[in-house]
Design a protein around this ligand. Structure first.
Ligand code: ZN
Ligand code: ZN
Length: 404
């Protein structure tokens, strides 16, 4: 029989070395001597030797037999009164094609379940911008500086140093998948899982790009122009598809989420497509009507106030509202008028209001009567003594007595 290297020597381990260390030793040597990687003369023979040693030493039963009988345990021709494994060596050489595949499968396929296949998608990013009230109506553009993982400019995401090529994964022989045959009492079952060595890619980067260390992406800051659509509302979030981080190992990029805050504009409120404003009117405008200018997001707009306008009355300025963010016509601006009763009057205004009061049909005497009939803090005589008009008393009530 051919003299064979001791299996423990082949794997460069001790007779007492545990299973996991044996596996590590095997992986290290298998990678070192794999014919796809190592073109040295004798590398393939060494690889087969390593492979054979591992097949025995990784199996408790075979290892026990080997420890007891040596190579003879697997050699049918040995006169040992019967090898525990029957006649003929089960390790009759690698054969053609991909002789290593089955071997690697036997331990890589074991815990392959549950892993996602393919490279992972890049991370999503989030940022926030602030725009003015009017920009939310008309749309805006913003420059954003985004620091994120991006495709490596040196290798264009290929991960290999320019000029070099990745090599076929020796674990899955380039298929990206490992299959495992499970023998059960019901028969053989074949399971498949993504190759863990190459993450299902079928290739290994043997000469990684020096810029990205073979990751295919690097952290960079770039300037992005974000177009905020007209009609966007406060606290809306825009999704910039594919503008997140580049995925590792060529995975799809993540998204960039931009939260938009809208700064308030004094005197303006937004409710969907409608813009609300308030418009003060003096008593004369309210009573007589007027044509006034009111502020809108489009600049001042004319608004006709009819005679007899009341506080709380609303007027509609068509087309001065906001568009829907999905497009379409703009909404309206709703103007609510507030009639303002003056709290300070010039002498002239006071005289005019006196006249007005008279005109409304109340004589001086009537007005006094009205006052004295009210909550009577002062009484009629008191009122007479001060000689104050209704408006004067109103004014007192609002801003306190003056120094007259
Ligand atoms: Zn690179
Ligand atoms: Zn692989």
């Amino acid at each position: 029989m051919v003299t064979k290297q001791d299996y423990y020597t082949s794997l460069e381990v001790e007779r007492t070395t545990g299973k996991s260390e044996i596996k590590k030793a095997y992986l290290r040597l298998a990678r070192k001597f794999h014919p796809d990687v190592n073109k040295d003369a004798g590398a393939e023979a060494r690889f087969k030797e390593v492979k054979e040693a591992y097949e025995v030493l990784s199996d408790d039963e075979k290892r026990a037999a080997y420890d007891r009988y040596g190579h003879a345990a697997f050699d049918g021709s040995a006169g040992m009164g019967g090898s525990p494994f029957g006649g003929g060596s089960p390790f009759g050489g690698g054969g053609a094609g991909s002789p290593f595949e089955d071997l690697f499968e036997s331990f890589f396929g074991g815990n392959g379940g549950g892993r996602q296949s393919g490279p992972p998608r890049g991370a999503d990013l989030q940022t926030q911008i602030a725009i003015d009230f009017d920009e939310a109506i008309f749309g805006a553009e913003r420059e954003l500086n985004v620091t994120r993982m991006q495709i490596c400019p040196t290798c264009n995401g290929n991960r290999s140093e320019p000029g070099s090529q990745p090599t076929t994964c020796l674990v899955c022989a380039g298929s990206g998948q490992v299959r495992r045959v499970q023998n059960t009492i019901l028969g053989q079952f074949m399971t498949a899982a993504p190759c863990e060595r190459c993450h299902g890619e079928g290739v290994i980067i043997t000469d990684p790009c020096h810029t990205c260390n073979g990751e295919g992406r690097v952290r960079q800051t770039s300037n992005l122009t974000v177009t905020v659509p007209a009609g966007i509302e406060d606290d809306a979030t825009m999704r910039l598809s594919g503008q997140g981080e580049a995925g590792a190992r060529g995975g799809a990029p993540g998204h960039l989420y931009v939260r938009v805050r809208v700064r308030p504009r004094k005197g303006f409120a937004r409710q969907g497509k409608q813009i609300h404003t308030e418009q003060p009117l003096d008593v004369a405008q309210a009573a007589l009507g007027d044509e006034i200018e009111v502020p809108t997001v489009d600049g001042p707009a004319k608004l006709k106030i009819p005679a007899g306008a009341q506080t709380g009355q609303t007027f509609r300025l068509r087309g001065h509202g906001a568009p829907d963010v999905r497009g379409g016509d703009r909404g309206d601006q709703i103007v609510t008028v507030r009639v303002q009763v003056p709290t300070k009057l010039s002498n002239e205004q006071r005289a005019l209001f006196e006249q007005l009061a008279t005109s409304f049909g109340r004589k001086e005497k009537d007005r006094t009567a009205v006052t004295t009939e009210g909550k009577d803090a002062h009484g009629a005589k008191d009122g007479d003594k001060h000689g104050k008009s209704i408006l004067g008393r109103m004014k007192e009530a609002i801003i306190g007595p003056d120094d007259e």
